[in-house]
Design a protein around this ligand. Structure first.
Ligand SMILES: [Zn+2]
Length: 187
C-alpha cells in the first residue's frame, strides 16, 4: 500500500472518531490482512476510466490513437491477484507494459473505479464481447493475445456501464480504505 492510501485510511479512521493512536494500531494489522486476502483473488475486472478532453496518445506498438472525451471501460484479467493489478492501475505503473498503462499515464485520463469477479482468464473475452454489444470499440486495444476486436470500449452513460458489469456478474471493487469504512459501519 502506498503512503498516500495509508494516509487516506488514517484520515477516515479519525473521521470515524478513532484517536491517532488507535488509528495507527488498526492500520498496523488491518492493511496487511486486507491485502493478503485480496491478493489471493484471481479473476477478471472492468476498469472504468474517464478522459476529460479529446487526446491522441501513442499506445506502444499500436502507435497513435485518438480518444474522444468520455467514459471508457477496460476489460482485463489478473490471474496473479486482482488487488495487485488494480493498485497498479489506480496508482500508475512504473514501467509501461500493457496498452492500458500507456492510456492511464496520460494526464487527461483517470481510473475512476473498478468491478471484478473471481474467474478464469477465458471469461475475460466473454465479458469483452458483452461490452462490444453496447459500447464503441477502440480497435486492437488490450487484445494482443486473443481474437477480440478490442478490450477497451467507449460509453456515453455511466449507468449503462454499471448495469453491464452487474449483468456479467462483476461486483464493485473497494479500495482498502473504502472496505474498512463499510465493514466497520455494518458492525
Ligand atoms: Zn479477448
Amino acid at each position: 500500500m502506498s503512503e498516500d492510501s495509508a494516509a487516506d485510511l488514517k484520515k477516515k479512521l479519525r473521521q470515524m472518531g478513532y484517536s491517532d493512536k488507535t488509528a495507527e494500531e488498526i492500520l498496523k494489522w488491518y492493511t496487511p490482512m486486507f491485502h493478503k486476502r485480496m491478493s489471493f483473488v484471481k479473476g477478471i475486472y472492468v476498469l472504468i476510466i474517464s478522459v476529460n478532453k479529446n487526446i491522441t496518445i501513442r499506445v506502444g506498438a499500436l502507435r497513435n490513437i485518438t480518444f474522444k472525451k468520455g467514459l471508457y471501460a477496460y476489460v482485463g484479467s489478473a490471474q496473479n491477484g486482482i488487488d495487485k493489478r488494480l493498485m497498479r492501475h489506480f496508482q500508475g505503473a512504473k514501467r509501461k507494459f500493457w496498452h492500458v498503462d500507456y492510456f492511464l499515464a496520460n494526464t487527461h485520463t483517470k481510473a475512476l473505479k473498478a468491478f471484478y469477479k473471481e474467474a478464469e482468464k477465458h471469461e475475460e473475452c466473454a465479458v469483452a464481447r458483452e461490452f462490444r454489444k453496447k459500447g464503441f470499440a477502440v480497435k486492437k486495444f488490450g487484445c494482443s493475445d486473443c481474437r477480440c476486436e478490442s478490450h477497451l470500449f467507449q460509453f456515453d452513460h455511466y449507468g449503462l456501464l454499471e448495469d453491464l458489469c452487474l449483468k456479467c456478474g462483476l461486483i464493485p471493487y473497494h479500495l482498502a480504505s473504502e472496505s474498512l469504512h463499510s465493514e466497520t459501519s455494518e458492525a
